[in-house]
Design a protein around this ligand. Sequence first.
Ligand SMILES: [Zn+2]
Length: 396
Amino acid sequence: MKIRKISANYIFTGKKVLKKAIIELEETGKILNVIDTKGNLQEEDSLEFYSGVIVPGFVNAHCHLELSHMKGLIDNKTVQALPGFIDEIISKRNFPDDLQEKIQKADFEMQKNGIVAVGDISNTDDSFNIKKNSKIYYHTFVETFTINNQKSDEAFETAKTNLKKLNNFGLKGTIVPHASYSVPDELYSKIENFDKENFKIISVHNQETTSEDEAIKSKTGALAEVLQNNGFELSDFSYKGKSAIENTLVNQNPNNNILLIHNTFTNKENIKYAEKFSQNIYWVFCPLSNLYIENTVPNLPMFFNKDIKTCIGTDSYASNTELSILSELKTIKKCFPEIPFKNLIKSACLNGAKALKIDNKFGSIEKGKTPGINLISDFDYENMHLKKESKIKVLN
Ligand SMILES: [Zn+2]
């Protein structure tokens, strides 16, 4: 068996930072050993030394692979926050002949960008075949929503059929609600009662726009109007609680892993409420998508300064120009340089792996795992952080 030995200026294992440590791995990518040299690296024939820092393979905690054909379709200069974006998605979402090619390209792009696992939203089965044949591990969130109680049966049957197809491809997934505001009562109870006895992984879009809480509290405001204009019968939606996040969580089992996506307008009180509700909340951030749609980013230091679990996602090509976790991290660095790189890596790797319950294999460079090995070059050693020019290369 051929063993590879790899080292670089620093290794961010996902848990620790080691100077010039040696990673020994099998050809399969399985880590055999991580040797802490304490910076005292002896030259060796078979040792590959790289200039830069090594980090584990990235876990993209939020994507919509099936929207890969929508790159550039929605003009972010004219879109009016999420309500306007929803209007555009509804009118511009089509299914072109080359959809499969576009999805394949997006999957390859993520591989090239060092992404090894993805939590991916699917409303259709368009992406399943590509996921099956990909090197990337996918957990698929079979997402459902509808406009009234009457259509709930049909919506849920579609979700169940898609989950079955997904499982027939040998892929893992769970049925999840789209967002606090888009699931009528009857559909919610079907989601809740389905596969109730098993602990699940749930993903819900949360507080992505300012008018979301208003929609929940009083069924008024920009978001409520867009929903009504698109046929949503809000009398069929019993919104509970004082905010979108409360409405989402009261419908959840606190033992599930709950991924809350975006959290752009989440406040301190909301965080406290959610953390008290469950120990298994994962706060997923997609800053480039937020900038695209809302022209703002969440107050990230409020999340990163606490002992709470943060993750990173790219969202889809409908609201991003690339699918790169590194670019998301650079954006966070630019907006909030005080958040240490080490914390960003924990979010982008280990926390994402825990959220998707794959941390036995992914998320950190540790003996026995197959996490993927990424090299980040053009690194700022003085501040131990990313530079605008930082680049990524997949070493394994
Ligand atoms: Zn999304």
